[in-house]
Design a protein around this ligand. Structure first.
Ligand code: COA
Length: 188
């Protein structure tokens, strides 16, 4: 494994970069305060800007020096500023399996942006970091997130139950293997 931290990435329409404390307002207004974005997430919508500041100062920014910490802010190249975030979660730096999660501001849903961004993150994880498998999960009702996973070639391999916000809810688990991603890319 060649962990190299949250390096800048680029897609046709977006730049991916580390988040900074100056992003707190855009994160709060763009997605963490939106109940529709938070609907299937593990967190409740933020009510105050201070919650986004706390998220950044406690959970994100202190981890950037770690070589196996991957959390990108997504910036629209058309001048729209910060529009979302995507993370690759490494549970053990020696484990070749990583987990991805993502959020996009609601005004930009349905334009294929997250599949484009996730595809670039998969390229990075497989080609640069050298992971073997990338996994993701979604609540069964979150079909729009399932579509993102399917569009990048992730395969639904299992179902389960998890407790979220005090309720037991069904989940669908997806994965893509390095070899399948490579074949898929060659076929493009
Ligand atoms: C999941 C999410 C990242 C999708 O990103 P996106 O860039 O809109 O993805 P796509 O444009 O490929 O759209 C995916 C699907 O969303 C659905 N969709 C599109 N526009 C939508 C809208 N305005 N409202 C609701 N659903 C919509 C469609 O079913 C689409 O699939 P299709 O292209 O086959 O019709 C985005 O909806 C989001 O941020 N949701 C809230 C956070 C979340 O659920 N994160 C994932 C947790 S597992």
């Amino acid at each position: 494994m060649n962990h190299c931290g949250t390096v800048p990435l680029e897609t046709a329409r977006c730049r991916l970069r580390k988040e900074t404390i100056e992003d707190a307002q855009a994160i709060f207004e763009g997605w963490t305060s939106d109940p529709e974005v938070a609907r299937y997430m593990s967190w409740e919508p933020h009510r105050e800007l201070s919650e986004a500041i706390q998220l950044l100062t406690v959970k994100v920014l202190p981890n950037y020096p770690l070589p196996h910490y991957y959390e990108w802010g997504i910036v629209s190249k058309d001048g729209g500023g910060l529009i979302g975030a995507i993370a690759a979660i490494v549970k053990d730096p020696a484990d070749p399996v990583v987990y991805v999660g993502y959020c996009l501001t609601r005004r930009l849903w349905g334009k294929g942006l997250m599949p484009e961004v996730l595809s670039a993150v998969l390229d990075f994880l497989f080609d640069t970091v050298g992971v073997s498998v990338v996994r993701a999960k979604r609540q069964a009702l979150n079909r729009q997130s399932g579509r993102v996973m399917e569009k990048v070639g992730m395969v639904h391999y299992a179902d389960g139950l998890e407790t979220v916000k005090g309720r037991e809810v069904p989940f669908c688990y997806y994965e893509i293997r390095q070899e399948d991603h490579r074949i898929r890319r060659l076929a493009r």
